[in-house]
Design a protein around this ligand. Structure first.
Ligand SMILES: *Cc1c(COP(=O)(O)O)cnc(C)c1O
Length: 217
């Protein structure tokens, strides 16, 4: 198995033009694939599973920016707190409290995104707009985390109108809180990143387009 270099190069050109940051989603792919992109200068990688991330972190160069994008259980925060660069998937207040606690233990400030629930599918995680607003107004309780913006996953659907509607909802929530220093809007994956960017995304999380299909998860 190896990565799709053509797709990666086209993608990075397209994203550079639009000033969108690429998080290469390397979950379930071997460290050798990550190293291949690393050698081309890529530094931002996204992972979904704590143990897998910790294993890869130990085996790969220290200057990689690791993004945690999967559902995060509070009892596992301690394993990634020493090094994680951005946690995209804060979906409860209690998770944020735990991240703050572990950040403090490690004498760090950890950057996070709040995950907003926008999809029509019930299986997805995320905060409602009310919960998000509540966390934002309580942000002073978490001095060791810095909320940098919002992450969301749209429905898995070919319906463009539905996707646009969902993405623009995220953008709206993002704009509402921009005055407190939010800069990151993380939406868009292999199947919907173009639409996501048209609707305001400035950070996309792309896996299969670069690394190939993952098979069954
Ligand atoms: C797996 C995953 C991605 C990447 O998905 P692709 O369709 O492979 O681009 C992005 N975001 C999250 C949260 C993921 O779990």
């Amino acid at each position: 198995m190896s990565i799709n270099l053509h797709a990666y190069k086209d993608l990075t050109e397209e994203l550079a033009q639009k000033q969108v940051i690429l998080v290469a989603v390397s979950k379930l792919k071997p460290p050798s694939d990550i190293r291949q992109l690393y050698e081309l200068g890529h530094r931002d990688f996204g992972e979904n599973y704590v143990q897998e991330l910790v294993d890869k972190k130990e085996r790969l160069p220290a200057d990689i920016n690791w993004h945690f994008i999967g559902h995060l259980q509070s009892n596992k925060v301690k394993y990634i707190a020493p090094f994680i660069n951005l946690i995209h998937s804060v979906d409860t207040g209690s998770l944020l409290r735990e991240i703050n606690k572990q950040a403090k233990k490690n004498d760090r400030i950890i950057d996070v995104l709040l995950q907003l629930y926008i999809a029509t599918e019930e299986s997805k995680f995320g905060l409602s707009e009310e919960e998000l607003t509540e966390i934002v107004s309580n942000r002073n309780l978490y001095p060791n985390v810095r909320i940098r913006g919002i992450m969301a996953m749209a429905s898995f659907s070919p319906d463009e109108n539905l996707l646009r509607e969902e993405f623009s909802k995220v953008k709206e929530a993002f704009e509402k809180h921009k005055d407190i220093g939010w800069t990151i809007l993380s939406t868009g994956m292999t199947n919907d990143y173009k639409l996501a960017i048209e609707e305001g995304s400035n950070m996309v999380r792309i896996g299969s387009l670069i690394f190939g299909n993952r098979g069954k998860e």
